[in-house]
Design a protein around this ligand. Sequence first.
Ligand code: FAD
Length: 476
Amino acid sequence: MTDPRSPILLWFRRDLRLADHPALHAAAASGRPVIPVALCDEGVEALGAAPRQRLGLSLAELARSLESLGSRLILRRGPALDTLRALVAETGAGAVWWTRLHDPLSRHRDDAVTDGLTGQGTEARAFPGHLLHEPEAVRTGAGGPFRIYGPFFKALRARDPGEPLPAPQRPPAPDRWPASDRLPDWRLDAAMNRGGPIVAAWQHPGEARARDRLDRFIAERIGGYATARDYPSQDGSSRLSENLTLGEISPRACWHAGLSALERGEAGAEQFLKEVAWRDFSHHLLFHSPGIATDHWRPEWRTFPWSRDADTPLVQAWQRGRTGIRLVDAAMREMYVTGRMHNRARMIAASLLTKHMMVDWRVGLKWFEDCLTDWDPASNAVNWQWVAGSGPDASPFFRIFSPEAQSKSYDRQGLYERTWIAEGQAAPPATALAYFDAIPRSWRMSPREAYPEPVLDLAAGRAAALAAFRARRESS
Ligand code: FAD
């Protein structure tokens, strides 16, 4: 029987905030001592370079916030179950609580942790909070999961996610705090090499910055959002993805802010709600079809002649922003310097790789996984499959983005391209030059070199992709 006064270990993962945190709220309200914990476990070890560095920035902010409430963040390194068991033994904790995650790796780990802890008599409890609604809660009329975004949004829109919860005042502290690792010793930025400080300078880590970002977006930009979000040179979208992916702000807080803007008659508010719902939809799909992160959701695409070789000159040119196709190169460089890429630019860069170059979307997915500070296991996979045409409710394969037409429509003055491409400019901006300081020296690139000629003929690439698409359709 668990002692009802024993401490609760509050295991933080992708919920690095104090406000609207159901697990923390319940722990603080229980009156039991609360010991906040973060682990450098198998989940963290599996992260790509940029998301791992970004996590470190966020943990530092969370530790500061907890300290301001008289609490602490205890850091421990090691496999999740063993490390939590050791902490339970050291602290006499009777429970380990956390916010539920829905991707296959986290589920696998969390199931093992639940079994291991309950098997020894320690309560293991998962709370909601990472999504607006848990993936089982939103159901079709027939009671199954959704595959199509439109009806999913309609069903989600009709549900009330409830009011955001306040941050606890002062969670009760244990009599004695367990020892903690030092965050710098985890070296979460180690894989970033030269790019580390450059990417870090673009981040807005922590709950306070996330909240400020949401408030400013709602106050200043949501009115024009529906149009401005499409232009990569404009600051038209919320930029909250780096915060949402680590739970520095809750989706429910974003939803409520969007709803109040809608009530005030702000034109872009409904579109904002739709985009926040895309995040839930991606997690809904990943939860109900875990294979979507690793395999074509539509099995007929297994016979398509994608190249899976990530080590070709063509893929390298794409990764390094050296395709000679300006909009795509600008996008890839923006990601390398800032850890983010504009949404439309993501679609165009992904389309070039999977269609004109006929490279398997998983090659691109992996590169984004290493470079994006807003990397999210569900949104990355679902969006790659959406662009490639292999996912549920995907853009049809034959709808191929033309980078030239996209440039004309969405970067007519070339502002985005000049922001990120230095070659050929007499006085390139700092943004474009930063790229050359961030990349590995072994890439041997210099802003003084000539900008490359296109590595492929766009019309021929498009024709070859369409011919392969027709051949696959006829043979299936
Ligand atoms: P806003 O336009 O302000 O939208 C608000 C929030 O809604 C975002 O912060 C995000 O959480 C969510 N959202 C918006 N668009 C989408 C979408 N298409 N899918 C899912 N959620 C969305 N987003 C990630 O968060 N992580 C990823 O790893 C990721 N990988 C992507 C890969 C590809 C190939 C593509 C095409 C898109 C990817 N996206 C990913 C989706 C989208 O590009 C980003 O969410 C968006 O650019 C973030 O900018 P923002 O915060 O200003 O978004």
